[in-house]
Each structure stands twice: as structure tokens, then as C-alpha cells.
Write a protein that binds this ligand. Structure first.
Ligand code: DOR
Ligand code: ZN
Length: 450
């Protein structure tokens, strides 16, 4: 059962609200594409759906499809402290909007990291007035005494079980059960980077992505997931970027939420030979990629998330073992998958659940569906408008993408709180994104596979 959606308070007996605009097109409702009109209020909520609505200016989208905007649970916008010219909250949220994402979960491994109320407030101040979409801020759970105060202000926690960018020293494995127990009592979602460094293999220096997969092998993911299961009740546990079908089976059986990224779904350890495809956890073999893709296409992966983690070309071009891990992806996440829908390798309903509905509910936000009482974060998609991804046409300041040459379908228009912010492939809106926190707590199975 979906959680109740908290509509904005219109007073118990107020008159029905007049729409400010009506979008007329087609939408995927009750399992099929059908003509629909969507009435939107002045302040950006979906008021009603119908076949012929009246009472406001109508924007006729013809044969185009109206979709809910996506939520990306996992981005790294590098602010504060990122290298200059790489990324920041303003540039990252514009890429999100252009890629059809209305809410991002911004990770805390910045400089300084978000570990206390002061660093969280300082990051929230950077969002206000500069973000093109809404931002939920993760915090790193470090000092035990400060955790409740941090939980009262953060949107979620992120726990790294292994070293990665900006996280040189993860907590000792023996401390993890007590930490999870403490987090379980705080009510916020907890995302875990699940690699167990005691299973890393340093017998040979990693020289390419195949070597990186051998260095941080599948066994380290398996062991880390093993440490998390069964999670203490009522922990709202979510495992980030799983890479293999075995992890899908195990987490589904445990009823735990998890995500897969476009890079683990579409690329393998031979897709590139240099550090531009170096990520944590590593790209796996083609057999693993294919198994993960098939599980995703069967609807067994609850959430799609980008793990957008750009790095400067000058850093990616260092010798492989010293180059940083991470790839950009927030702008291409949904467009790559819409192209898969068009190519018939993925059903639209499976994609919408994984990219829009479940992640919005995981963050306790009333959007991700085209339904009255939900925010009007909406996309207009023309499935005939296929393009090829090239870094030159994207908006990432890092200037590269691991998906060069892949087919994509970008939204033709994007509406954020009812206001059109993207048209003709460019961001034309105002920066009205806000810091959001969970507005309602979904039950434990809401983001687990259904
Ligand atoms: O590849 C990655 N890059 N994995 C992570 O866990 C962190 C991220 C980053 O921040 O660069
Ligand atoms: Zn990440």
C-alpha cells in the first residue's frame, strides 16, 4: 500500500480550487497510454485529471506523453570544497532539471564533509536561491552524541563501509552494528555504500577497469551486504549502487531497498580502458551487467539512481591506480532509460516505478505520480525524438560522459512545481528549488521490491 500523501492544507471546507493551467496530452495511467488533461494549481499541485477539463488556459501537447519527473537518490555536487570548475549545486541541479529529475539526494562526502549541524546548515544555505530543483541533504553519521540533532535537520544519512572519494577512513566493521542500531531509532532513511575493504585484493596493482573489478571484487559487495542483514528494526535501510544479480536476489529476499545505476546497468569492465570508467563499486563483467539489467527490466530493482560523481579530466588522466573513481550521470539517467523503453527493452511502468514513484516515496515526498494531491513536477516526452549522447551537448562542467554514443530521449519540456523550467533542451526557469526533508515516513516495504 502506498503511504498517504500529505496534500497541502487547503482547509477542511474550502471551495474547490480553480486550476491555473491545464496540460493536455497522453499519460501512462492504469497500465496504458491514454489521452489525459492535467489541471495544475497556481502553486504547483496537481488538482485533477480528466478527459476534458475547463477553467484555465490549456497547453496542448498533442501526441506527446506527460510523465512524472524523476527523483535521483544519489548525486555528488561537490559543494562545498570541490575543485573549481568541476561542479556545484547550481550546475548540478540544472543538469538534473534537463534530465527530468525534480529532486536530488546530495551526498555528504564534500570538503568539509557534512557531519554536524553547522556543516549541514552551511550546505543548506548554499541551496537556497541557487538550486534548479529540490535538494535533500544527506549527513555522515560520525560523532554519536550529535546524531539526534543532526537527524532533526538532515534529510537522510549516508554510511560508507569502505574508503572512497572524500572518505579516507570508514568506520571499523566492528562498530557498524551499533551504529545501525543507533540510526534505526532516528527515523531517517539510511543509504549504505556496501563494499567491505577487508575483501579488497592488493596482490596486483589495478591498471584498468578489469583490474579495478579484480581489486574491489564482487566478494567485497557480498560481504558488506552480509554485514547489513538482517537490518535492525525499524531501520529504513537502502543499499546504494548494487552491481550484481546475486545482490538483487539477496536484498529482495530481505525486503531491503536498494538502487542500481545506469553505469552498472549499461556498461561493463571492458567498456573503457582508462580511468574515465573507474567507479566505486567497479563496473563488473558483461555477465554481471547483463544479469543486473535483466533483473532491472523484470522490475526487481526498486530504485534507479545516478551516483552522479564527476571528476576533472586532469584527475581522471592520472595513472589508473591514482585516478579518482566516479562518473557524471544525473542529466543522462532518465533519457538513457527512456531510449530503452522506446527500443522495447524495458516497460515504461517498470521505469516509472524505479525512477519516479519509489524514490520519491523513499524520501517521503508527494510526487513521482500523476495524481491529484501530488506536486506538478512533470515531463513532456516525445518518444520519436531520439538523440545520441555526446559530452558537447550535455551541461556537465567536467566536459565528459561515460555514455558517449548511447541513444537517449531527453524530455522536451520539464515542469517544476507547475512552472515550465526546460524547453528546447535548455533550462529557462528560475532557481526555485528548496531543501526538503521527508514529509511522511513510508512503511518498511514501500521501497522494497513489489
Ligand atoms: O565512484 C564513486 N565516486 N563512488 C563513490 O562512492 C564516491 C564517488 C565520488 O564521490 O567520487
Ligand atoms: Zn556515490
Amino acid at each position: 500500500m502506498p503511504p498517504p500523501v500529505r496534500r497541502r492544507d487547503r482547509g477542511p471546507r474550502g471551495p474547490p480550487e480553480a486550476p491555473a493551467q491545464i496540460l493536455s496530452g497522453r499519460a501512462f495511467l492504469r497500465g496504458k497510454l491514454q489521452p489525459i488533461e492535467v489541471a495544475i494549481s497556481e502553486d504547483g499541485w496537481i488538482l485533477a485529471l480528466g478527459k476534458h477539463l475547463t477553467g484555465a488556459p490549456r497547453h496542448d501537447l498533442g501526441e506527446a506523453v506527460i510523465l512524472p519527473a524523476a527523483t535521483d537518490l544519489h548525486v555528488h555536487f561537490r559543494e562545498p570544497g570541490g575543485p573549481s570548475g568541476l561542479e556545484n549545486i547550481a550546475t548540478g541541479t540544472v543538469q538534473a532539471a534537463l534530465g527530468g529529475v525534480a529532486l536530488v539526494g546530495e551526498m555528504p562526502n564534500t570538503q568539509p564533509p557534512v557531519t554536524d549541524v553547522a556543516s549541514l546548515e552551511e550546505k543548506a544555505a548554499r541551496v537556497r536561491g541557487r538550486a534548479a530543483v529540490d535538494v535533500l541533504l544527506y549527513a555522515l553519521p560520525r560523532a554519536a552524541p550529535g546524531l539526534p540533532a543532526l537527524a532533526a535537520r538532515a534529510g537522510a544519512f549516508k554510511l560508507f563501509l569502505s574508503p572512497t572519494t572524500g572518505v579516507p577512513e570508514p568506520p571499523d566493521g566492528s562498530e557498524v552494528p551499533a551504529l545501525l542500531q543507533r540510526l534505526a531509532g532516528l527515523g531517517l532513511p539510511v543509504s549504505v555504500h556496501a563494499e567491505d575493504a577487508t575483501h579488497f585484493d592488493s596482490s596486483r596493482p589495478p591498471l584498468d577497469p578489469v583490474g579495478w573489478n579484480a581489486h574491489r571484487p564482487p566478494a567485497s559487495e557480498e560481504a558488506a551486504i552480509g554485514r547489513l542483514l538482517p537490518p535492525p528494526v525499524p531501520l529504513r535501510l537502502h543499499v546504494a549502487h548494487v552491481t550484481r544479480p546475486e545482490s538483487v536476489t539477496r536484498l529482495r529476499a530481505a525486503g531491503v531497498s536498494f538502487e542500481a545505476t545506469p553505469h552498472h546497468l549499461l556498461l561493463n569492465d571492458r567498456s573503457g580502458r582508462d580511468a574515465y570508467t573507474k567507479v566505486n563499486p567497479p563496473l563488473r563483467t558483461e555477465a554481471d551487467r547483463q544479469g543486473l539489467w535483466e533483473a532491472f527490466a523484470r522490475g526487481e530493482v526498486p530504485v534507479l539512481a545516478s551516483d552522479h560523481a564527476p571528476h576533472l579530466p586532469s584527475d581522471k588522466e592520472r595513472p589508473f591506480d591514482r585516478a579518482p573513481s566516479g562518473v557524471p550521470g544525473v542529466e543522462t539517467m532518465l533519457p538513457l532509460m527512456l531510449a530503452r523503453v522506446r527500443a522495447s527493452g524495458l516497460s515504461l511502468s517498470t521505469l516509472l516505478e524505479a525512477a519516479c514513484d519509489r524514490p520519491a516515496r523513499w524520501f517521503g515526498q508527494p510526487h513521482g505520480r500523476i495524481a491529484p494531491g501530488h506536486r506538478a513536477h512533470l515531463l513532456v516526452v516525445d518518444f520519436r525524438q531520439r538523440t545520441t549522447v555526446t559530452a558537447a551537448r550535455l551541461h556537465a562542467p567536467c566536459g565528459w560522459t561515460p555514455f558517449e554514443g548511447h541513444e537517449a530521449i531527453f524530455p522536451r519540456e520539464v515542469y517544476f512545481r507547475g512552472e515550465r523550467v526546460v524547453a528546447g533542451g535548455e533550462f529557462e526557469g528560475e532557481t526555485r528549488g528548496e531543501v526538503v526533508r521527508p514529509e511522511f515516513a513510508p512503511g518498511p516495504t514501500d521501497a522494497s521490491p513489489g
